[in-house]
Ligand binder design. Structure first.
Ligand code: CP
Length: 321
């Protein structure tokens, strides 16, 4: 592994999942691996889980994590090649990234999309420029289009649950369902979850959403797609709930029908499905209290597993460099 930006960097997914679960069983077993090394966590957006779980993971490996909230504490960065910097941006990424590469052994970046220009967002200009100019391995803490540490966590959580319930021999039905929301959100988590479940290949994968909310085909190819949520949920073992804004007419909220909120009633036709969400969640908008607070919810365990996903990835990068 050279960087960790998408599923393509993961190599053998099950091997990475096993590595993460081994860290969960024994968090400090590789404490000397990162001794004397620093990891920089750059945030251009808010975060609770990604920020703290990655810090804990790095510390478990003996690394010194340093967080920098670029949006609040740093100079406004310019990413445009050849920009005449007479406006609000103060420092070009070409100048900042190589310096960060001298301070840190691994650089982690979180950026969100603008949701204004699809081509710009889907070109992943921000994270690609950090990769180009930093000269050290880069980990995505969520980019404009993908959230690979979240998706690795999601596969870890499904695998762990299957191991604990003795259901490894059964091919699970995994459903990604769109849910209503009050804000236009990125497609990152849904894109990334689709990309990872398809690449993992160990589940029957169904995506359900209202007609206007198609995701990019590059991520969903291999999944069954339906606009009928009840039909999608039939016999499901794992239901992943997530809102995303429109991809075609980019970054908009079209239909926002509250009937798409996941409730106990919507879970009736499932195989006693376990429910997942990346968090933060809008209670009683995306998911009802009764589901989130029920035995069927895996969301707290899922968020806890963010540590082990990050630890497995940082460990891989440390071992390869
Ligand atoms: N799931 C997730 O990325 O959470 P944060 O936005 O809190 O980091």
């Amino acid at each position: 592994m050279k960087n960790f930006i998408s599923v393509q960097d993961a190599g053998d997914i099950n091997s990475l999942v096993r590595k993460a679960l081994a860290y969960k069983a024994d968090p400090f077993k590789d404490r000397s691996l990162g001794a004397g090394k620093r990891i920089g966590l750059l945030f251009l957006n808010p975060s609770l889980r990604t920020r703290l779980s990655t810090q804990v993971a790095a510390a478990n490996l003996g690394m010194d994590p340093i967080v920098f909230n670029v949006d609040k504490e740093g100079w406004a960065l310019e990413f445009e090649e050849g920009a005449i910097m007479s406006g609000n941006t103060v420092e070009h990424v070409k100048d900042a990234a190589p310096i960060l590469g001298q301070y840190f052994d691994i650089l982690c970046i979180r950026t969100f999309p603008s949701l204004k220009n699809r081509d710009d967002d889907y070109s992943e200009m921000y994270i690609k420029q950090f990769m180009q100019y930093a000269g050290v391995p880069v980990i995505s803490l969520e980019s404009a289009t993908l959230h690979p540490l979240q998706s690795l966590t999601d596969v870890i959580t499904i695998t762990e649950h299957r191991l604990q319930t003795g259901t490894m021999a059964k091919r699970p039905k995994v459903v990604l369902t769109w849910a209503p929301h009050v804000k236009a959100l990125p497609q990152c988590v849904a894109n990334s979850f689709s990309q990872w479940i398809n690449a993992w290949g160990e589940a029957d994968f169904v995506i359900t959403h209202p007609e206007d909310y198609h995701l990019a085909k590059a991520y969903t190819d291999g999944a069954t797609i339906t606009h009928n949520q009840a039909e999608a949920l039939e016999g499901a073992d794992y239901v992943y709930v997530k809102n995303w804004s429109t991809f075609r007419d980019y970054g908009k909220i079209y239909e926002n029908d509250p009937a798409w909120m996941l409730t106990e009633e919507s879970l009736r036709g499932t195989n006693n499905a376990k429910v997942m969400h990346c968090l933060p969640v809008r209670r009683n908008v995306e998911l009802s209290d009764e589901v989130l607070d029920s035995q069927n919810s895996l969301v707290t365990r899922q968020a806890g597993n963010r540590v082990w996903a990050a630890q497995a990835v940082i460990s891989e990068l440390l071992s390869n460099h």
